[in-house]
Write a protein that binds this ligand. Structure first.
Ligand code: SAH
Ligand code: SF4
Length: 335
């Protein structure tokens, strides 16, 4: 799919064609130009040849069809993954990738373990959404939420991620509401500040994983640069501008960051924020990767949560989706 040079192909066509084509792509989610009934035959033939709609993907379905993983093959042969999850209320969340691989290399993350290939172009980010929107349309359903929680660090590919977000928000294209989009970051502070300035209504999740710099650095080497103090300053800036909730993602690793002292350090960190009531903790069950970590037991997760809640910190134990199709968070990798 490539609408970039559409103006060239439409040079000799009446102006309303552009809108027809845009609607076909972003509102009707067609996957074949031949299905667009209001276009003249010669234009359809031209579009078929020069602007193919096909997205090369293999789809795996699991959990009674409620989780779908797409492995998308890009034009240069790289592969990325995206996951579609339907919750009990029937709402569909698309979890999308911003990079092929990830340069951060968190030790517990399958994407990080597989290395970095390249940044995605905005269009490659958008194609993940188009692919799922086309599938859902056949089931008379739609995407309700979008989370940048697949492969890659969105704030290290911000220019393209931003373009993709603009397309998602554009009323003439997808027309999603900002509040239905979330960005998850390992803590790239320039990105957190940019989000506050440019898209204050988009949800922010920060992958904290430990409130101890030394431990956090063991998990994510980038903590050397974006340490907890710097992250705090950026989040306080975000909070001062948006006055919206920030989510702290915390992958629970058995005997590493799930003990009483870890909970105390996390509580102290959160309590040091002016707007601490706006911080919500999501405890995430660790999904198995090549790393030696084990998931914390259910009991440990509950204890951790209880401790935070006693300290007035709202906390959710997040159920992991998609484990069966190896499409859960942190299990996305390029091959
Ligand atoms: N790079 C961004 C967004 C992609 S990772 C970030 O790190 O936030 C999306 C989420 O998956 C993060 O919260 C990350 O910590 C989590 N994750 C990574 N590996 C995981 C694993 N093995 N099990 C569970 N969650 C994992
Ligand atoms: Fe990259 Fe996020 Fe995985 Fe870390 S957790 S390696 S930042 S994708």
């Amino acid at each position: 799919m490539n609408l970039k040079n559409l103006s060239t192909i439409l040079e000799k066509e009446p102006r309303f064609r552009f809108k027809q084509i845009q609607d076909a792509v972003y509102k009707q989610f067609v996957d074949n130009w031949g299905d667009v009934s209001n276009l003249p035959k010669n234009l359809v033939a031209n579009l078929k040849e020069n602007y193919p709609l096909k997205i090369n993907a293999e789809i795996m379905s699991d959990n009674g069809g409620n989780t779908k993983k797409a492995i998308i093959r890009l034009n240069d042969g790289e592969q990325i993954e995206a996951v579609l999850m339907r919750n009990k209320q029937g709402k569909n969340t698309a979890c999308i990738s911003s990079q092929a691989g990830c340069p951060i290399g968190c030790v517990f993350c399958a994407t990080g373990q597989s290395g970095f290939k390249r940044n995605l172009q905005a269009e490659e980010i958008i194609n993940q959404i188009l692919l799922f929107a086309r599938i859902l349309k056949k089931e008379d359903a739609k995407i309700d939420r979008i989370v940048f929680m697949g492969m890659g660090e969105p704030f290290l590919n911000w220019e393209e991620a931003k373009k993709a977000i603009e397309t998602l928000l554009d009323k003439d294209k997808f027309g999603f509401g900002s509040r239905h989009i979330s960005i998850s970051t390992i803590g790239v502070t320039e990105g957190i500040r940019a989000l506050a300035k440019e898209f204050p209504q988009i949800n922010l999740a920060v992958s904290i994983h430990s409130a101890n710099n030394q431990k956090r650095e063991e998990l994510a080497g980038i903590n050397e640069r974006y340490n907890l103090n710097r992250i705090k300053k950026a989040i306080e800036y975000y909070l001062s501008i948006t006055n919206r909730k920030v989510f702290f993602e915390y992958v629970m690793l058995d005997n590493f960051n799930d003990q009483g002292e870890d909970a105390r350090e996390l509580a102290r960190y959160i309590q040091s924020f002016d707007k601490r009531h706006l911080i919500h903790v999501n405890l995430i069950a660790y999904n198995k990767t090549l790393a030696e970590f084990k998931a914390s037991s259910g009991e440990t997760q509950e204890k951790f949560k209880d401790f935070l809640e006693k300290n007035h910190i709202s906390t959710t134990i997040r159920k992991s989706f998609g484990g069966e199709v190896v499409g859960a968070c942190g299990q996305l990798k390029s091959f």
